[in-house]
Every structure is written in structure tokens, then in C-alpha cells.
Design a protein around this ligand. Sequence first.
Ligand code: 4AZ
Length: 484
Amino acid sequence: MNLLELCVKKLGVCFIEKCYEPLHLKHYDIGESWGRIYQRSVELCTCLGGEVICKRARYTVCLRNHCENDGVCRIIEATGEEVCGCKSGYIGKYCNINPQEQCYRDSGAQYRGLANATVSGSPCLPWNSDLLFNELTVDTVDSATLRGLGEHAFCRNPDQDKLPWCYTTSDRAISWEYCNIQPCSKQPFTRRDPVIAATPRPSRTPARTPVCGKRHKKRISRARILGGTSALPGAHPWMAALYIRDEFCAGTLVSSCWIVSAAHCFLSNPLQSQIRVVLGQHGFNDTGPNTRTFDVEKYILYPLYTQFQPTLNDIALVKLKKVNGSCAQKTPFIRPICLPGKDTTFPDHYCCKISGWGHMSEKANSYSQLIEGVVKIIPFDHCSSPEVYGSEVRSGMLCAGSDSCVDACQGDSGGPLACECDGVSFLYGIISWGDGCGRSGKPGVYTLVPKYADWINSVIKRSKKKTTANRTKINICIGNQCQR
Ligand code: 4AZ
């Protein structure tokens, strides 16, 4: 059918008339059919260009009732579709929406109301939006409805966060934000009430939130650099994009003015005026409202680094030039990672994350969106065995790889190997070198940051006495972060 024939002209603009089904809070396309239970009658409805035509339908009782809140479940014989008849006060295809809920209790995991905008006023994306393909696996209808998700754009808390939130688009990429909705403890609430940030209740032992290493990310489930998945904006807020003449490298923000990167990125001895650093970047070479661009005041290679052995001591510090008196200011998309102490160790087989805009394969020649992947720390003895890298791997390096060929590649150099302990990320390695990309038995090799912790701190402190680099004390973190 020619869609143009079905569109309706309003103010000279052509609209395709969809049909709104108030029981499901959903628009159906022209020609689409759906079942419903309306005033106890089981019906099969069809959308005919803005008009809904419903007919009584023959039905049987469902073998298993998936309708919530004591709704009744019926199967329409003609289509096999299961439909729900909701008790008063509930609507939605599965009776799991309660339009009367104006506030949320506890953390809002059970909130089923209609709030659909974030604190900054952005509209929520529907939970079934194609744009969330990488973010969500609403594995089964059951788990989705149990978590309050569905074909709607209402605020929910499906992942034990502290309050309801939703996905939004920000800077042409998917992001997320908490919702503009009050806890019931703050009732009475009127729509005109200003949104006041909740003041945390004083606690006897105030919990210290680290100033570094916290991500702004959401990925409810679904796992997918080389072999990695597209990262969410804010998932790696410490990522820095280094445009060095016509070359590209990555780096990691460790304090407001300092980026850690790889020394080999500066092999061509660029002038500092030839380097540009972009923070908060998602797509390669793509700036927007979430990005900040900085000139470089200076860069410092590790004193023992030499171009004759470019894989040894492959670490450099880049100092950003201040803009209006300050360097990087924190946003959900820009914040530093924590630096490990010199004794910090993550054990063999620990899973850490790499991220970067680098090539997606050895043969590729273009850069990408920010991609992330999980790699495991490989025992040093194995990596330095003759069948892997032999004596090319030295102390001050660490190897990490995965069975599913997740690996860093050209353009990822200088970027982080971030290892997380109790939800705080540490810069444990710097992407440095490897034999090709994703080759079996040839893991990526990283500069081991703890070995350079004293040097980093001395440079950063020397240059600015008052602030030290972000450090949160950990020595050994046990526990495995591999499950995503
Ligand atoms: C590079 O050229 C590069 N597979 C970085 C890391 C690896 C390979 C190449 C590791 O920047």
C-alpha cells in the first residue's frame, strides 16, 4: 500500500495518522491489529488511518497469567495474542502502569507512574527504542515487565539505582539521566514545585564519594576497540582524544589539568601548539555541547624514554592550557580516573576495561565511535614466554587480552586499561603495543602505571603544589569484574 495515500494533510504538512490506544498508552501503525480487553469484552482492533475499529473476538483462558496487578489474561483465538484486562487504577498492555502514582518510594524500583522527563527537562526515550539496541536486552517479556519496562517512555529504576531514570539523547548520542520526580517522603508534591536536589540525610559515618574513577553509565545487560561494543557517553569520562598534527592518540584525564598518555605518541616531536586535546568526546573528530577542547601547555615524556626502544617506559604527561582560569571542569561526560598507588596490584585474570576510537581491525584505516571492551590480565610469566613475546615484555609492562579477540589497535594507544575496584576505576595500564590487533596468542601490552605512580605524582605536584593527583588508596583488589 502506498503510504502517501493514507497520510492526512494538516497545515499543508503530511502526517501519517497512527491510532492511539489509551488502554496501552501506545500508538499503533495504520493497518496494525492488536487485542485488548475493554469493559470486560475481549476485542480485536485494527488501526484504519486514525480510526480504531474493534470487533468482539473469540478467546480462551491463558495457561499462565502474565498480567500484573490481578489483571485477567485471555488468548485471542484468531491471532494467539495474549491480552490483559486490568483492575481499576491500572493500564498498559500488561496492567503494569499506574497513572495515579505521582512519586516514588524507596529507590523507585516499584514506581509505575507516568513521569517521562529528566531533571534537565529532556524527554525520555521509549525503553523499546531501536536506539537502545546496544544498551538493553530486555531478555524476556517477564523480566521486562517485572522491571517496569515496556513499549513506553516512562521513568523507571530497573537496575537498582537510587531513583527512577531513563535514557535520553544528548549530543546526538544515547545517554541517561535521573528523572524529574519526587520521592513520596517529600509529598505533597504539585507539578509546579521547583525541583530541588535532595539534600542527603546526615549520617554518622559520612560516605566519601571518590572524586575520581566514577563512571556516568548505564548498561542494563548486554555485552558486545576491536571486538568491543559501542560505549555509552559518560561511561569513560576520563577519555581524552589527542589530535597530534595529523596523527591521533588517546589519553586519560587524571586531574583537572593533566592527561596521561603513551610516550610513543610523541615520537615525531610535535610542538605543543600542534596538539589539541578534546574531553567528553564520543565520536571521533566530533565536538558538541558535551565536549571541551584544550590547547596544550607542555608535554613531558618519562625521562628514561628513548625513541630507540619505544615500547619501554611508554608513558607521557600532557598539561592542558587553562581556559578562563581553569582546565577540565567536571560534567557527567568529563571526570578524572583515579591513579593507582605504587603498590596497587590487580591480580592475574582480573578483568579490566579498555576503550578507544582506534581501528576496528588490523586492516581498517578509519577511526570510530568510542568503543569499549573487556580484557583479562595475563600472567607475566606467560606473556614473557618464548611463544608469546619472550624478552620483549619487560617489567613496567603488563599484558591483557581476551579469548574473544577484544584488543586495542592503532589509534587506541595512550588510552586507558581501567580496572575497577568497588565501583571506582583506576588507571592500571596505558595502551602501548602488541603484535597486530586481536591475533590469537598475541595479547595487548600496556605500560604498568603503578610503576610510574611516583613519577606522575612528582610531576603533577611539582607543577601545582596544592593539588595532588587523584588517588584513592587501594593495594590489592580481589574479585572479578568479568561478568557484565
Ligand atoms: C597501535 O598501533 C597499537 N594490539 C596499539 C595496541 C596494539 C596494537 C597496535 C595492541 O597504536
